[in-house]
Design a protein around this ligand. Structure first.
Ligand code: ARG
Length: 461
């Protein structure tokens, strides 16, 4: 039987009750719903809308319902549709008719908006914390491998030598922007919607500022219709999570590549890898693969919510109940991904011998040879052309740059001299001494700046 009686002569059909119920997933709003209701009851008493004694009965009842839920004793009823009505019905059951006064000057529309904002605020704080821990792991790994060189890639072809630390610090920067996006989205989430009622505001002398203070909000919503009908803060969270996971997924992809037999740049800790049920030799990077895999699912939730919202007339529409599953799933996916990925980064081992060997291959110093000619007066375009021909010649002879004689070099340009042999991976890296470049001094500074931004905690120190 439905909780809402009044004009209805029959209860909703069982299939309708099941189809429209949100309790299977919105039960997890209970701590926010109860906190919101306690603040609301206190406010109603403070304003003389209900008596102090009534408020005490109500808040006491709500607190004991919270205990029931936490102890797994609460019976969620699908016919009561959602968490709001489940709690309210239980309250009335426990404290009697006075429980029915709680919903004075309130609607489920502003109530659910409040609950979601409270959950979102907490989710953002947790994401920020976990992002920071992840950054600490990444910067820690960079610092622990400060001297390690590797090929930098474009098109997944060896391009120029870089420090591994420089490569890893690229992720620090991405994650820093991700954190900024979450902090920014927090500002717009931190808005208290109670008092909006169903859509038009409420016809009681309520104190919205009191509610905001009690519930820890810094702002009040300024339009009741907007407050109950928009879910842009959820979209923003999902968008920020999507971007963050896009970054994590790229690093996951690199970890998958690097741990392959072909690259062999890193070794994952046994605790962060899995075996094959059939091929005993295998050590699979499943965690990284699932980071990459789960990213798609988070994008899906973002598009789903944007699509749900785009055609809705103001104000509340039941379609908006569809905001929750995707949101909760995104919160869980982001937090668990950050947690497990942090552990994987902290425990992986870099194989510096192999990255060092890889960087010696594939004419990776070609740009440096061109730069060498430019410094001797050759225009860059022709220098590029000369070195291009030199590479093709060396490939044909099966020689590396170092194997070429000075006479062979001079065959391509008279500007080549003995000092061409001083071009090495190290000199190439040292030469890129610009702000944001891979030169050791610059990377050292970038590491310092990174630690300043993410706190003193230094991994492995
Ligand atoms: N279960 C609903 C939701 O999640 C709560 C708000 C219901 N409001 C209403 N007018 N039916 O959106």
């Amino acid at each position: 039987m439905s909780h809402i009686r009044g004009r209805f002569q029959k209860a909703a059909d069982k299939s309708v009750a099941e189809y429209t119920a949100s309790i299977p997933f919105d039960w997890r709003l209970y701590p926010y719903d109860i906190a919101g209701s306690i603040a609301h009851a206190r406010m109603l008493a403070k304003q003389g809308i209900i008596s102090e004694k009534e408020a005490e009965t109500i808040t006491g009842g709500l607190a004991s319902i919270r205990d029931e839920i936490e102890q797994g004793k609460f019976q969620f009823k699908p016919e009561l549709e959602d968490i709001h009505m489940n709690i309210e019905a239980r309250l009335i059951e426990k404290v009697g008719e006075v429980g029915g006064k709680l919903h004075t000057a309130r609607s489920r529309n502003d109530q659910v908006a409040l609950d979601l904002r409270l959950l979102a605020k907490e989710a953002i704080s947790k994401a920020l914390l976990k992002l920071r821990e992840f950054q600490q792991a990444v910067v820690g790994l960079a610092e622990a491998n400060k001297g390690v060189v590797m090929p930098g890639y474009t098109h997944l072809q060896p391009a120029q030598p870089v420090l591994l630390a420089h490569h890893l610090l690229a992720y620090f920067e991405m994650l820093q922007r991700d954190a900024d996006r979450f902090s920014d989205c927090l500002k717009r989430t931190d808005v208290m919607p109670l008092g909006s009622g169903a859509l038009a505001g409420v016809a009681y002398n309520i104190d919205r500022e009191f509610l905001a203070r009690e519930l820890g909000f810094s702002q009040l919503s300024q339009n009741s219709i907007d407050a109950v009908s928009d879910r842009d803060f959820v979209v923003e969270y999902e968008a920020a999570a999507s971007l963050c996971l896009m970054h994590l997924s790229r690093l996951a992809e690199e970890i998958i590549l690097w741990s392959s037999a072909e690259f062999n740049f890193i070794e994952l800790d046994d605790a962060y890898a899995t075996g094959s049920s059939i091929m005993p030799q295998k050590k699979n990077p499943d965690v990284a693969e699932l980071v990459r895999g789960k990213t798609g699912r988070v994008y899906g939730k973002l598009i789903a919510l944007l699509t749900t919202m785009k055609g809705l007339p103001l104000a509340y529409n039941r379609d908006m109940q569809e905001d929750k599953e995707g949101f909760f799933d995104t919160v869980d996916t982001l937090l668990s991904t950050l947690g497990v990925f942090t552990g994987m980064i902290k425990t992986l081992r870099v194989k510096a011998e192999n990255t060092g060997q890889a960087v010696e291959q594939g004419y990776i110093l070609a740009t440096d040879l061109a730069d060498y000619l430019v410094k001797k007066g050759e225009p860059f375009r022709t220098a590029h052309d000369i070195v291009g021909r030199l590479v093709s010649y060396a490939m044909e002879k099966g020689k590396s740059f170092n194997d070429l004689s000075l006479a062979e070099y001079k065959g391509f340009s008279p500007l080549f001299g003995e000092d061409v042999y001083s071009i090495t991976v190290e000199s190439s890296i040292v030469a890129r001494d610009v702000i944001g470049g891979t030169a050791p001094m610059q990377v050292e500074r970038a590491l310092d700046n990174a630690w300043k931004k993410i706190g003193d905690f230094k991994d492995g120190k």
